[in-house]
Design a protein around this ligand. Structure first.
Ligand code: SAM
Length: 234
């Protein structure tokens, strides 16, 4: 079993767990004293732990040795328009697996949702990070309106704008760039023409295409991040 816990962890420390995590270890994984568990704290990295006691409501681990330092995460941010809940959940999960540093949810005119439950988002990215053995959690920011995002956008970070109406082929655009970057993907109904013009006029925006087909928003997010990670080698 692998868990993200509240840290910081340190060699020899005792790590008491309760609630869902104790339930998962004791009831789902049926751990017993002496069993091995891996714990991560998003600060110091990944640690080998040993179960000291496993009750119904409380499990105590002893932190033994550090297995890995917290990984260096490529500075790639996904700016994704909010989608219907299950689809945005999928985006959060896959963006975590693929390795983004952060997810910035965006509110646009055609969004069907304008809110995100931060606890639920944290649970999704944490479970995805545990599953794929990430040692760092992606940050999930509070939703921002598209106009505000563009107004405050930093000068040193290109914003690759996934546009189904065309642009530079994504692989070539990604390969030609090094350093911090971000990807902007629209909602189920796409950006309206005014929004598209606003994004295209932004000095940091670079329109990219993911091919001739109109992808679902979640497919566009997942395929573009996968391409970025493959091209950048991260
Ligand atoms: N109606 C479909 C849906 O329900 O998901 C398609 C939505 S598509 C308009 C949503 C977003 O995906 C667009 O705003 C754009 O950012 C991105 N996208 C889709 N296909 C794309 C492509 N071929 N190239 C670049 N971006 C694309």
């Amino acid at each position: 079993p692998r868990l993200f816990v509240t840290g910081p962890l340190a060699e020899g420390a005792s790590l008491p767990l309760d609630g869902q995590q104790a339930h998962y270890l004791a009831k789902v994984m049926r751990v017993e004293p002496g069993d091995a568990v891996i714990a991560c704290d998003d600060v110091t990295g990944e640690w080998a732990c040993e179960v000291v006691s496993a009750g119904k409501r409380d499990v105590v681990l002893a932190v033994r040795t550090r297995l890995r330092e917290r990984e260096a995460v490529p500075d790639f941010v996904l700016c994704a328009a909010l989608l219907k809940k299950p689809n945005f959940d999928l985006v959060l999960e896959k963006a975590t697996e693929l390795g983004v540093a952060a997810v910035q949810p965006i509110v646009t005119r055609r969004c069907v949702a304008d809110k995100l439950n931060p606890e639920r988002a944290l649970t999704i990215v944490t479970e995805a990070a545990e599953q794929c053995a990430r040692t760092a959690l992606p940050r999930v920011d509070a939703p921002a309106k598209l106009e505000a995002l563009l107004r405050d956008w930093p000068q040193d970070r290109p914003l690759f704008f996934a546009d189904e109406q065309g642009g530079e082929p994504a692989a070539a655009a990604f390969a030609a760039h090094q350093g911090p970057a971000a990807l902007l993907v629209g909602p189920e109904g796409g950006f309206d023409e005014e929004e598209r013009a606003l994004v295209r006029a932004h000095p940091q925006a670079r329109a990219i295409t993911l091919g001739p087909r109109i992808l679902r928003a979640e497919t566009a997010c997942i395929s573009a991040i996968g391409l970025w990670m493959a091209v950048s080698g991260d």
